[in-house]
Design a protein around this ligand. Sequence first.
Ligand code: 5GP
Ligand code: MN
Ligand code: MN
Length: 396
Amino acid sequence: MPYTMRGGHVPIRIWTDPAEVEPGALDQLRNVANLPWVHGVAVMPDVHYGKGATVGSVIAMRDAVAPAAVGVDIGCGMTAVKSSLTVEDLPDDLSRLRAKIEKAVPVGRGAHRTAVDPSAVPGLKERGWYEFWQAYDELAPVARSRRGRATSQLGTLGSGNHFLEVCADDEGAVWAVLHSGSRNIGKELAEHHIEAAMRLPHNQDLPDRDLAVFLSGTRKMEEYRRDLFWAQDYARRNRAVMMALTQNVITRYFAGKRVRWDDVISCHHNYVAEETYDGVELLVTRKGAIRAGEGDLGIIPGSMATGTYIVRGLGNEKAFNSASHGAGRRMSRNRAKKSFTVDDLIEQTRGVECRKDSGVIDEIPGAYKDIESVIEAQTDLVEVVAHLRQLVCVKG
Ligand code: 5GP
Ligand code: MN
Ligand code: MN
């Protein structure tokens, strides 16, 4: 059940005790709730301060969108799929499987690939690639010189918080799970539009420059929507390609077993959708939140070693049909680097085949909130379908 916070011209519904939320994040939420275009604000239990807008927030606006409130990784999200393998099929030493995944899917900063030919990726269901790349030529001029990179980065994980995992659910079934977004092209488009919005006259008196909006019916909004929806599509396709490559690695690795796969679940957690509530058409921005309409499957990851939940939405309209996108950060990357050592990382990732070096200390489980409490705080938003624990975690 949500708390209700005042301080805006619309109430802010928040699925955690506001006393537990950083003051900086509460200020961000109040600023948002005071914008004239805002229809409602829902805040998820993984809420924390974020650049532009609070992570874990759902902002529903009438005839407006704030591009900085989407985040720079447009379409960032998760994909998961269950296999017919069980933990008994897996070898004790998972390092070879991890190496094979890392070879098939480029990971880390600057990891490019030769452009993927989607028709050469067995099992990839995504269609309409020709139209997708045709639409590229209509994007904002900033995209023009970046087409080569956009092509070569499709099917790559990226770095930092993005990951690719092999997990097991409580019944022992093996799953593949991944987190990635729209790579560099999404960031270029996002930054271009954030800048463009800030220059518009109607955005000059805002409490926070990052809340600059585009207004429906204007050319700027049309240009933004074109690029936003394309980047969201790129992110979805990027995850689909990587997931198909990962499934193929696993299928080949267990060649003697005839591996079968369920349908792939995919959800964005930084994006905009057009949705109608009580007959009002709204532009709903989820930044660090997933859609949880009635029956929607979603993915809520915890951290490198605390597992992931597969959930089904309950369709709570007070939350604009949303749920949290993860556990959320307990502390900033910098504070995590100062608070933990490599020994802590080794301790906190025991039993998981993953990086245990200083380069991922800011991703240590202790830097994130407790995923169990975050799930318990949203039993009116989602129900749990499966609980996964990681066996392999590949980080960029
Ligand atoms: P974000 O998109 O905000 O960077 O991260 C989404 C969420 O993923 C975080 O809030 C955190 O709870 C979770 N997370 C971060 N790293 C990992 C990881 O390596 N594995 C899993 N399963 N979850 C993670
Ligand atoms: Mn993300
Ligand atoms: Mn991302």
